[in-house]
Design a protein around this ligand. Structure first.
Ligand code: AP5
Length: 195
């Protein structure tokens, strides 16, 4: 199995590149942001609770997202591999993911981290907020709060995987196409090592 984490701050292109990667490599895309937004759309109790955190630019509690990912892994027993987008976002989530994958006799293959300067992140998200309807793109204060959460709680996840030699930085401020080429190169290397 090939299990990738697409890592990076809000607006770095994780969702955009995940779509390209699943088309090319037939992996299952697991985005905790998308799963939470689907719960909000359906107005489930979980969604209504999560919305309070998302609207402020804060992370949703670990146990909520870990439970969602556990269910999705169980629901896809025949997957060739997974691409995790927006998860794990804390060291506790990373440790939980490692355990969930170990139960399935697999592990994270690599973490690919999209590197984009902060002014470009803000520009992209404000621009998307004009049309997306995403409440957390609506104003610059919430976008900045999401970036602060990233630096405080998510960036340390890099160390968790770097100590196993599984963390790689990829330039993410080029075009969508050129970034996809860089990511493909990394994934192709990984796939060829496994054949
Ligand atoms: P989530 O949905 O994961 O949002 P995010 O990490 O803030 O990421 P975004 O979707 O904003 O950005 P992205 O990196 O996917 O970039 P995208 O491709 O969309 O999470 C939302 C919230 O849910 C969190 O704040 C938190 O509250 C909660 N949550 C989710 N997961 C959680 C977890 N595990 N634990 C706790 N809470 C959790 O691109 C952004 C824009 O840029 C798009 O308009 C795109 O078209 C454009 N773009 C992309 N690439 C390029 C490029 N190369 N050039 C120009 N424009 C580009």
């Amino acid at each position: 199995m090939v299990n990738l984490i697409l890592f990076g701050p809000p607006g770095s292109g994780k969702g955009t590149q995940s779509k390209n990667i699943i088309d090319k490599y037939q992996l299952i895309h697991l985005s905790t942001g998308d799963l939470l937004r689907a719960e909000i759309e359906k107005q489930t109790p979980l969604g209504l609770e999560a919305k309070k955190f998302i609207d402020q630019g804060s992370l949703v509690p670990d146990e909520v997202v870990i439970g969602m990912i556990g269910s999705k892994l169980d629901a896809n027993p025949d997957a060739k591999g997974f691409i995790f987008d927006g998860f794990p976002r804390t060291t506790a989530q990373a440790e939980a993911l490692d355990k969930l994958l170990a139960l399935k006799k697999t592990a994270i293959s690599i973490v690919l981290s999209l590197e984009v300067p902060e002014d470009e992140l803000i520009r992209r998200l404000l621009n998307r907020g004009l049309t997306s309807g995403r409440s957390d793109d609506a104003n610059e204060d919430v976008i900045k709060a999401r970036i602060v959460e990233y630096h405080n709680k998510t960036a340390p996840v890099a160390d968790h995987y770097a100590k196993f030699g599984k963390f790689k930085r990829v330039k993410g401020d080029g075009t969508v196409e050129s970034t996809f080429e860089l990511l493909s190169k990394e994934i192709d290397e990984l796939v060829s090592e496994r054949v």
